[in-house]
Design a protein around this ligand. Structure first.
Ligand code: CA
Length: 228
């Protein structure tokens, strides 16, 4: 499947050149011409990488980057900064960008940076002992406690087991039947609909925008996949 890239850039010429070239390299490219739209698209995601200009109408790239990270969206971001603005690069990286490129740049340089971002192993899961963290959610397995920004979330035992199973099998597509067997157990006789209902509840509690989930994804015709 081709990698999806979101390009947030307002210069029409650059948008055209970049999206053409990225498409010819086999990427699927979505574009947004201002910061607000870029943020909304990125939230709807998922994307494999975001190319984000700093100087944008409506909302600048720094604010977009900060908002995305605050909402727990960890898609790799390559920021495009203006020439000589060393401070841009520092701010960008501080706000959670993964790399930056100074304008004007050679196309080949941009492609190399994008490839490097995509190749980079997904951030090592933040597991330390009996805890796990994704986005702004933290799970303490021993205490069976889930917090968001240090605020405790009330999860039922079933929701907690479901979340744990997802984390243990992150990035794998898991069928509803597998979830029923593994989380509910062979003896239980709930329907796959039960799984969907519990997933919806979990999303309500964990996802920044439950209607456009970023962590618990639906894989159509297959089941679910946890990314985090
Ligand atoms: Ca610009």
């Amino acid at each position: 499947m081709s990698k999806r890239i979101l390009l947030v850039e307002d210069e029409p010429g650059l948008v055209l050149t970049l999206s053409d070239r990225l498409a010819s390299e086999g990427y699927h490219v979505d574009t947004a011409r201002d910061g607000e739209t870029g943020l909304a698209r990125a939230e709807q995601g998922p994307f494999d990488a975001i190319i984000l200009d700093v100087m944008l109408p409506r909302k600048n790239g720094f604010d977009v980057c900060r908002d995305l990270r605050q909402r727990g969206i960890n898609t790799p971001i390559l920021m495009l900064t203006a020439r000589g603005q060393v401070v841009d690069k520092v701010i960008g990286l501080k706000l959670g960008a993964d790399d930056y490129l100074t304008k004007p740049f050679e196309m080949i340089e941009l492609l190399a940076r994008v490839e490097a971002l995509l190749r980079r192993a997904p951030a090592a899961p933040a597991v330390s002992g009996d805890s796990y963290q994704f986005g702004n959610i933290k799970i303490d397995f021993r205490r069976a406690e889930v917090t968001r920004d240090d605020e405790t979330l009330e999860l039922s035992a079933k929701e907690f087991h479901l979340l744990r199973y997802f984390i243990e099998h992150r990035e794998a597509t898991i069928s509803r039947d597998e979830l029923l067997n593994e989380v509910w157990g062979y003896d239980a006789m709930p329907s796959t609909r039960t799984v969907d209902v519990h997933i919806a509840w979990l999303r309500q509690k964990l996802e920044p925008n439950p209607r456009h989930p970023h962590f618990i994804l639906t894989v159509h015709g297959m089941g679910y996949k946890f990314i985090g």
